[in-house]
Design a protein around this ligand. Structure first.
Ligand SMILES: Nc1ncnc2c1ncn2[C@@H]1O[C@H](COP(=O)(O)OP(=O)(O)OP(=O)(O)O)[C@@H](O)[C@H]1O
Ligand SMILES: CC(C)(CO)[C@@H](O)C(=O)NCCC(=O)O
Ligand SMILES: [K+]
Length: 280
């Protein structure tokens, strides 16, 4: 990890999920976000999303056991301001206690810089809202977008042409689906996704590969179907943004000649940074 020394304008964005906590340090230069990258000596087009200079993804237990302290030291902790978006109340409280000496802004769905065209704006997960805020930056003007986040749960959310988040779908993520099978059956074992590189064969020749095939292709199929159905209500083709652990392995399986799919690793963290005003 490089040793970035942080300034008072730095923002630490935190996305607290149900399995892991993701942290991203967004550094500012001259009051603006660092958005230009150099390719040779030609400046390339500035990405429209703030990019974290440093990131960490860790379980809450690991963070409490010292990983948070170590990481903050490694990034040159001078008390960056913190924006915290959490979908787990216990994890949020535990983390807030760890960060009690910092200036922590807790992000809420209903106050985010986006229109929520949903029935209960206070209930929709702040991670879904933050990812949509970031997608609104990436999407072309006048084009709708679909945001797919593969975490503990998979969410597939529709953003209308006017930028409003319309709602979407929630289903179990791959690990959770596999764990539920292991827990609720006698003869199905728990399987690990950790070392899954390529897409598994759809015909598993024993129990573990069969679970892997079902869970993986089930997720891919569910995502494809949800995109297709959400797309049916649109007049213009949506841009699809995919994020979360399985995003890279899923992205090329759902895109096609008539569907643009882009994998954006830190979409939610970037949304938190934007909502907290990192580039204002
Ligand atoms: N290469 C891969 N292929 C398939 N699935 C994967 C791969 N890597 C991770 N996954 C699965 O993707 C899901 C999301 O992983 P990720 O690590 O992003 O979630 P998380 O951060 O633990 O979730 P949360 O944000 O809810 O805390 C998990 O179910 C995981 O098993
Ligand atoms: C769906 C999850 C679990 C995805 O992380 C999260 O966004 C959440 O807890 N949402 C609350 C319910 C809702 O979004 O409608
Ligand atoms: K619950």
């Amino acid at each position: 990890m490089s040793n970035t020394s942080s300034s008072t304008t730095d923002l630490l964005a935190i996305d607290v999920g149900n399995t892991r906590v993701k942290l991203g340090l967004f550094t500012s230069v001259d009051g603006g976000c660092v958005t230009t990258a150099l390719s040779g000596d030609l400046p390339i087009a500035a990405p429209r999303l703030p990019e974290p200079a440093e990131t960490l993804a860790s379980t809450l237990d690991e963070l409490i056991a010292g990983a948070l302290h170590d990481w903050l030291q490694a990034i040159g902790d001078v008390r960056p301001r913190i924006a915290l978006a959490s979908v787990s109340r216990p994890a949020e409280e535990a983390l807030a206690a760890l960060l009690s000496h910092y200036d922590v802004q807790r992000m809420a769905s209903e106050t985010a810089p986006i229109t929520l065209r949903v029935d209960e704006p206070t209930r929709i997960g702040v991670d879904r809202v933050m990812a949509a805020v970031a997608a609104n930056r990436l999407r072309h003007d006048g084009r709708p977008a679909i945001v797919v986040d593969v975490g503990t749960a998979i969410t597939v959310d529709l953003i209308a042409t006017d930028g409003a988040l319309e709602g979407g779908a929630i289903l179990p993520g791959p690990t959770l689906a596999a764990r539920a099978l292991a827990e609720k059956t006698d003869r199905l074992p728990d399987i690990q996704f950790g070392d899954l590189g390529d897409a598994p064969d759809a015909v598993g020749r024993s129990t573990e590969p069969a679970i892997l095939a079902g869970v993986f292709w089930g997720a891919v199929g569910a995502i494809r179907e949800l995109i297709a159905r959400q797309r049916d209500r649109l007049t213009d083709a949506p841009q699809v943004f995919l994020t979360g652990g399985a995003a890279p392995s899923v992205a090329r399986l759902i895109g096609g000649p008539d569907l643009s799919v882009r994998c954006v690793p830190h979409l939610t963290l970037a949304g938190v940074a934007l909502a907290a005003g990192v580039d204002r």
